[in-house]
Design a protein around this ligand. Sequence first.
Ligand code: PSU
Ligand code: MN
Length: 306
Amino acid sequence: MQKYVDIAPEVAQALAQNKPVVALESTIISHGMPYPQNVETACAVEETVRAHGAIPATIAIIGGRLKVGLSKDEITYLGKKGQGVIKASRRDLAVLVARGEDGATTVATTMMIAAMAGVSVFATGGIGGVHRGAETSMDISADLEELAMTPVAVVCAGAKSILDLGLTLEYLETKGVPVIGYQTKELPAFYTRESGFLVDYRMDTPKEIAAAFHVKRELGLAGGMLVTNPIPKEDSMDRCVIEKAIETALEKAKKQGISGKAVTPFLLAEVVALTGGDSLDANIRLVKNNARLGAEIATALCEMKA
Ligand code: PSU
Ligand code: MN
């Protein structure tokens, strides 16, 4: 397995010394945000991880290599190529490596590659989930299956209501994935702090989250943990504004017959356009907020292992 993985020296050293490392994904760079904000954000998020005492490891597939830790040039390359990079979920991984191609890793593949490298904590914006209308489209993100299988704690800001949040929680329950609310009992809905749905457990400190993850691993239980961190109050959006934008985007996607892996990037871009960029600002801020919590959890986890 290691034959296909390139771990950046700084990341390898941190792992060897039981120092905290936080994985970051690359689909958010290529498909989640427009250029140049995508590159600026990816770099700023790495800085946030460092500022909180951990080493960032942005993950992607470049020239068929599974990269754990990217250079600024590599981040810029992915950001400029944007949707020209293949969005790589679990089913794409082997083919892209065999062909020596590039791939932007989703939450699912970022978890896989992080686990291969021995990285336990991963911070991002939002995860994929059960889409609205999944009862007929069967559109359920491979991210959920990965959370059921791969031992990585994923810090996100909940899920956007482009998804069916209730069904997403049901699915995670079936798959045995604990959903934690950081300092909240309510599942955050990405741009807003509230959704009307409850998480499984509220935890108030990074240490508490690390302890639960540590026990899960020591018990040999498969799968990860979903840590949902609400967007800071001052950065959150008006629920009606964002709901209306999402409804409009969903209708447009339906009319244009958008399907498969194109659905999420299409909806994300539409929502940014419909909110005049406000949703992009909120998105950037919440990712940084998650990077900070990720660094704190990774630090607490290292202390537990020491
Ligand atoms: N949700 C967001 N922003 C994102 C994504 C989801 O708010 O950038 C990306 C992530 O990479 C996630 C992927 O893993 O979309 C899910 O895609 P799909 O629904 O096709 O599995
Ligand atoms: Mn899908």
